[in-house]
Each structure stands twice: as structure tokens, then as C-alpha cells.
Write a protein that binds this ligand. Sequence first.
Ligand code: 13P
Length: 329
Amino acid sequence: MADLLMVQKSIASPGRGILAIDESNATCGKRLASIGLENTEVNRQAYRQLLLTTPGLGEYISGAILFEETLYQSTTDGKKFVDCLRNEQIVPGIKVDKGLVPLPGSNNESWCQGLDGLASRSAEYYKQGARFAKWRTVVSIPCGPSALAVKEAAWGLARYAAISQDNGLVPIVEPEILLDGDHPIERTLEVAEKVWSEVFYYLAENNVVFEGILLKPSMVTPGAEHKEKASPETIAKYTLTMLKRRVPPAVPGIMFLSGGQSEVEATLNLNAMNQSPNPWHVSFSYARALQNTVLKKWQGRPENVEAAQKALLVRAKANSLAQLGKYSA
Ligand code: 13P
């Protein structure tokens, strides 16, 4: 347990957050297609190399979540990616869920696979250098959510968290409440409270040590198709209300996902959340909100790598300042 606490402390350190680059091969393919590249292992490796070898990244980034393929890859000159991260004091993490499939008996909702064989996979990932894990499941507001889908999401997260801790990995607990829908922010708050209360109920039933987990929640916002947008102050108010009602202070870190927000929105919202002291370290674990501009700058061309890495540092630094509540646009 002492190890878990040390890892978690280093991830939840002031002014730093997580770079999520754990897109499955299919999702990474979509990102590559957006700049006209084929979804090959060579292209995925080149893109991940660009991100993971950005000089100075460790000043703002404390952890990087990798997909299984990336955990075992090296740079083109033979340095293991996990060693590149360690040199920057960045903790390597691993996505361990096996993705979403339809949930029979629900309202067109899904559940997350991956518990079978998870203990042995986790032990292997640990040997390879991973020190934390991530399991992402989703809840859809327009589809209900049904009681069955919420219970299944919460139970799966709790079983995964217990197995991760048993194998020396700090589990990131991520029930993503999707942005889709035209509902108001009050409805998101209601659903988020329900989801997190079930998640903590089952985490406790499974004897998960709260001091050794990290959360990856969605921010509480109106649905993406709602007629009015909410200000960062409103989003921060609703999100912190939800967290204070549902998340024990024993949990060390809250690392938000960006969920389709623009890069600047995600930074402003995080900054608003850090305008007053919180019981937890409130930070980021962004994928799209750290990578969108990087991809556009890169375009798959070696001569653009430096400019793309600079773009990553710009976003990483902005979110680092937002973690400290000191960002201004
Ligand atoms: P986004 O920040 O793009 O929502 O991704 C979050 C995530 O779960 C990837 O680990």
C-alpha cells in the first residue's frame, strides 16, 4: 500500500496533471485520419514518440496513460517509452479496460468489458513499468440512464479498482457521463450524484482503499445540445457541489477528462475550479484538450515535430497554471 500512496502523491502533485494518450488502435486511427494518415503501427508509434519525447514535459505532466501497444514500444533509436517518461519524472499508466459493448436489457446503453484475466494482465503491466491504471466506462443521460446501466458501471469500476490495487497499480476510476443531450446542467448534476454514490458504495463493498485511488470525472455541464452554454464559474460551482456531496476527502486526486470540450474551455473550467481551496488535488487528465492542436501542427511530417511538441507544452503549461488557479486567457 505504501507504494500506491507514493505513486498517487507523485501524480497528484501541484501544477501537474495527466496526459491521456491511451486511445485504442481504432480511436487513434480516427485521430490519424483527421490529418490524412493511415492507421498503421508505424504511424501510431511516430505520433506517440512525438508526444512522449517532448523536452520539459515533466514540468507540467505527472502521469501519462498509455494504450497496451504503446507500453511495449520504444523510440526509433531504441529507448523504451517508459524510460523516456521516467527521465521526466512522469509516471507511466495503462488503460486496462477492453472497451464498450451493448448492455442487453438496458435502454440501448453499454457496459465495459475487461475483468477476465485482469489480474494477470495487471501484473504484466506492472513488470513493464506501469504504476497506475485506467478503466473508462460511460453513462448516457439521453438513454436514461437506466438503473441497470449505472449499477453495472459502478460494479465494474469497483472490481477493477480492487484488482488494480492488489497488483500494485493505482486505479483511476472513470465513469464518463457523456456530454450528449439537450438537458440542463441540473439534470447532469442529478445523474452525476447518482452515479458517484453507486461508485463509492461498490468501491467500499470491494474494500478498495480510497487513499490509493484517483478519480476521473466528467465536469458537470449542460448537455452539448442544450440551448444555453454555462460559464466556467457555473460549471465549477455545479461540479464542486457534486464532488463535495459525493467524494470523501480521503481520495487524493480528481483528474478531470475533457470529454469533447475545446482546449481553452477545458483549461478555463479547470482554472475556475481552483479559485478556492478544495479537499482534493483538482487537476486534469485530458486527451483531446491536450492533443487537438498538436495533431494539426504535426500533419505526420518529421519537420513539424518540434512545432507540434511546442504546441503540447503550451497546452500543458496552461493546464498546469489552471491546476494552480492562476491561468488567464
Ligand atoms: P478526453 O479528455 O478526450 O475526454 O479523453 C479522456 C480519456 O478518458 C482518455 O483517457
